[in-house]
Design a protein. Structure first.
Length: 242
């Protein structure tokens, strides 16, 4: 089966399940894992600006997309000519069924189940021993955070953080003043590439607050990625359980 993935984390999951670059024939420029395997796969644009003509020329048997990451009009255009599966992954349960479904699609059920069990194991071991109020920022100028209907929120909650913006949805814009309630401000490494200098900027407003850079992939890449984040979460949690 000739497959095009329009989603970075799904591309990673396909390779993790054992597909090769003979089967995965197209990916976005943001599909960067696994680095040694994706380099031979044709780039078909970005997640939100697909090269439709290039995709058509590749003649895929199946295209995998995501409701949030891809543009509806572009996906619907592709649906006129190709079989397209659109996933919507917001919860840990959604992720379980995503991985399971990919396993069924490509006859990799056993590998899919191994990854799903590992993901539950990683999340069950990564538990903070007390509730910590967190603000998780994904963007700057304007600052943007995450509401309760996002995958990031569910990962945060799963390991014991309380999202101070849990009463909001999607990715609301906020002001610096809105962060006062948080015990910790997390600056994600993606999609906005927060750096140490951005910690310093926020320290001017909150000199005594814990502000840290966190691995955006560990919190936002659904699919198989969390199975590889055991050590990262262990170190993160240790920082709060001391």
């Amino acid at each position: 089966m000739r497959v095009i993935s329009l989603v970075p984390s799904i591309t990673e999951a396909l390779f993790d399940l054992g597909l090769t670059d003979n089967e995965i024939i197209g990916r976005t420029k943001f599909c960067i894992h696994p680095a040694e395997k994706i380099k031979n796969v044709e780039i078909i644009g970005g997640t939100k600006n697909l090269n439709i003509e290039k995709i058509k020329a590749l003649e895929p048997d199946l295209i995998l997309a995501n409701k949030e990451e891809n543009v509806k009009d572009q996906v619907e255009t592709l649906m006129k000519d190709f079989k397209v599966i659109v996933y919507n992954t917001e919860t840990i349960e959604d992720n379980y069924y995503l991985v399971k479904n990919l396993g069924l699609l490509f006859n990799k059920e056993e590998k899919a189940q191994i990854f799903n069990l590992k993901i539950y194991e990683v999340l069950n071991r990564a538990k903070i021993d007390r509730k910590i109020k967190a603000a998780y920022l994904i963007w700057k100028n304007p600052y943007m955070t995450i509401g309760s209907d996002t995958f990031i929120h569910n990962i945060l909650s799963e390991i014991g953080f309380e999202n101070i913006f849990k009463n909001q949805t999607r990715y609301p814009e906020i002001q610096v003043e809105d962060l006062g309630e948080a015990d910790v401000i997390m600056l994600s490494s993606e999609p906005f590439p927060f750096k140490e200098k951005h910690i310093s900027e926020l320290k001017e407003f909150y000199p005594d607050k814990k502000i840290m850079i966190v691995d955006g992939e560990a919190f936002s890449w659904y699919g198989t990625h969390i199975a590889k984040c055991e050590n990262y979460f262990k170190e993160l949690i240790a920082d709060f359980n001391t």
